[in-house]
Design a protein around this ligand. Structure first.
Ligand code: DGI
Ligand code: FE
Ligand code: FE
Length: 411
């Protein structure tokens, strides 16, 4: 038997609270997998009707592809009417006789449990995994559990999950009202890949008010910008470096497609990432000193690393790029950085896997991983890079290590 958690919800949008609960169930109950199950039409909750079930599904899918223990379950998404948990769980059980089910719910849902349709059938199909706030564990909860156990024969497990206090309703309000510091607030509440999906699809923003007008490249400007940058780069870079650059641009755009990031932005980041590569190490060093760009200990010993920072500088000053995401992704494309955002991750990976590359040892595996599990791909790249640098006796930048540690810790 496989121990399977089921976390249902509207996920409108998916947020970090969901992630905490799923993770608490996975680790504390020793589950094999947790299925994220967005509903088709929610029975009670009022819905933002402008967001389709497929968009809610995509947001869940994006998160699932970044966590190996999460999977998407579309049982309820496919239903036309409202879904009832007792029926859904029955159907899952019939479809997967080898699954031992743990139905993950919040403490509030447990209070409501007897008002659900056929609680006795739910209790037959699955154990209940109840996420409670550690701080708020009340005496009341034991009483409620006892009553439900006795009345319905339910098996109940309590999960310690002092999850961050966040609700989808609150998130929708923050976006709609465009409160101050909205970007930062949202980044702490929603996984990065969901946030970029919300941005790209302009969800929850009421009549097209954009959540931060961060796309500094208008779609109508893109063809011209692309042509101009390509022309300039072709003159500056060696032919092989230019080929690589084009490869990274298209690979970035493809990864952007796969993970729901604006493709034009990813393409431009790919084009510009090595724009400083025409300089030799000593020229890069002199350039950065002159421009007051900070030089780390590792960069002192291996000044070619500076092509990333110098590239970000040139992208802004020589190529007129103002988009912060692009400039940041170029800046960290060689070492990565802790908390690297989605575009950082896309560019970092594209640089390693683009079609002209042929030297790295696990290229085939990493290329496959990149489109399924981006973080895993980055972990593999960093691990191989660190190994390679050790073998060749090169100085390893602290940022490279820190990025690797961050990834492993946030898995
Ligand atoms: O500029 P590219 O060749 O396209 O690719 P890149 O910007 O990822 O640079 C790759 C090179 O950088 C590769 O030879 C490994 C090296 N590198 C990556 N992290 C570090 C590093 N070199 C040193 N010395 N220290 C690092 O931490
Ligand atoms: Fe590079
Ligand atoms: Fe490169």
């Amino acid at each position: 038997m496989k121990k399977i958690g089921i976390l249902g919800g509207t996920f409108n949008p998916f947020h970090k609270g969901h992630l905490y609960i799923a993770n608490a169930a996975y680790t504390q109950l020793g589950l094999d997998l947790v299925y994220i199950m967005p509903c088709g039409i929610p029975p009670h909750k009022d819905m933002d009707s402008s967001v389709t079930r497929y968009q809610r599904m995509s947001m869940c899918q994006k998160v699932c592809s970044n966590y190996p223990y999460l999977r998407l379950l579309d049982t309820e998404l496919k239903e036309d009417g409202p879904s009832y948990s007792y029926r859904t769980l029955e159907r899952i059980r019939e479809g997967h006789p080898d699954w031992e089910l743990y139905f993950i719910i919040g403490e509030d849902s447990l209070d409501q449990f007897s008002t659900w349709k056929h609680p006795e059938l739910i209790a037959q199909s699955a154990s209940l995994a109840v996420a409670i706030r550690r701080a708020g564990k009340s005496a009341g909860i034991d009483k409620v559990c006892k009553a439900i156990r006795e009345e319905y024969g339910a098996r109940i497990f309590l999960l310690d999950s002092d999850y961050i206090d966040v609700s989808s309703t609150e998130i929708r309000h923050i976006i709609r009202e465009k409160r101050d510091g909205v970007e930062q607030a949202l980044a702490s509440l929603i996984p990065a890949e969901v946030l970029s999906f919300i941005r790209e699809h302009r969800l929850y923003s009421n009549g097209g008010i954009e959540l931060s007008p961060k796309k500094d490249i208008k779609p109508s400007d893109f063809p011209r910008l692309k042509a101009d940058i390509e022309k300039k780069l072709e003159k500056k870079l060696k032919p092989s470096r230019y080929m690589h650059t084009i490869g990274v641009a298209y690979t970035s755009a493809s990864l952007a497609m796969a993970y729901g990031y604006p493709m034009d932005i990813a393409f431009i980041a790919g084009l510009l990432h090595d724009c400083a590569k025409y300089m030799s190490p000593s020229e890069l060093y002199a350039f950065c000193e002159k421009k007051d760009i900070e030089i780390s200990a590792a960069e002192k010993k291996s000044p070619q690393l500076l092509h990333a920072k110098a590239g970000a500088y040139l992208a802004e000053k020589d190529y007129g790029i103002t988009d912060k995401d692009i400039l940041h992704a170029v800046k960290v494309h060689t070492t990565g950085c802790p908390e690297m955002n989605l575009l950082d991750q896309i560019l970092f990976t594209a640089d390693y896997i683009e079609p002209n590359r042929d030297k790295a040892r696990r290229l085939t595996e990493i290329r496959q991983a990149a489109f399924k599990d981006l973080r895993l791909a980055i972990e593999m790249i960093l691990s191989d890079t660190i190994e390679y640098l050790k073998e060749t006796g090169k100085e390893i930048d602290q940022t490279t290590y820190k990025t690797y540690e961050w990834l492993k810790a946030s898995r």
